[in-house]
Ligand binder design. Structure first.
Ligand SMILES: [Zn+2]
Length: 198
């Protein structure tokens, strides 16, 4: 009987104790070939998406507040700290990818965007010749406002769910009274209408 080959999982934050068996691994061919546990591969894809979001956020900040200056390590680190809900990240700290924890970069970007008037007003009249001081100021406001944005998102989601439930309930009532079939079609129509609202 031939033994099944085992490989080290390529995901940097793999938490499995066992290597991945050849027969179960997700194989990405290349030089070298990379093999992942199934769940690690999903996380790996999400962490790549996270990196892209971070990149977009850095570019947005640079463009809007720093005359398109090159993105600095300091900016990246400070944003990673907000993302991971920690005070700061030191040189050499290995940042773990946490899927559902902290504040994702989209929320951070949205917060900066939503409160840009407040940020601009706060910056006005202050003389920031120091890049890091200015950045710190912007991000302090951002950190402060994130919970408000998160709350708004939560409310919107709840409203949407309620509306969907209401739509479904009305549909059931109507179905009962008319005894009509074809309710799948109707359901689609209602959920499409609701979708248009957002
Ligand atoms: Zn793994």
């Amino acid at each position: 009987m031939t033994q099944i080959k085992e490989y080290k999982c390529h995901f940097s934050y793999c938490t499995h104790n066992e290597k991945v068996k050849e027969t179960e691994a997700i194989l990405i061919k290349g030089k070298p070939n990379k093999r992942y546990h199934k769940d690690c591969y999903q996380l790996y894809l999400q962490s790549q998406k996270d990196k892209e979001d971070l990149d977009k956020l850095c570019k947005y900040l640079s463009k809007k507040y720093f005359d398109n200056q090159a993105v600095t390590t300091s900016m990246v680190r400070r944003l990673q700290a907000i993302r991971n809900d920690v005070k700061f990240i030191k040189t050499g700290d290995k940042i773990k990818f946490k899927k559902n924890e902290g504040n994702n970069y989209k929320i951070i970007l949205y917060t900066i965007y939503y409160y840009s008037e407040i940020i601009f007003r706060a910056l006005k009249g202050k003389n920031f010749d120091d890049y890091n001081k200015k950045l710190g100021y912007i991000l302090a406001i951002t950190r402060d406002k994130i919970p408000k944005i998160k709350e708004q998102i939560k409310l919107k989601k709840r409203e949407k769910r309620q509306l969907e439930n209401l739509g479904n309930n009305l549909l059931i009532k109507k179905d009962k009274s008319t005894n009509k079939i074809n309710n799948n079609n109707k359901k689609d129509k209602i959920s499409n209408n609701i979708k248009d609202l957002w």
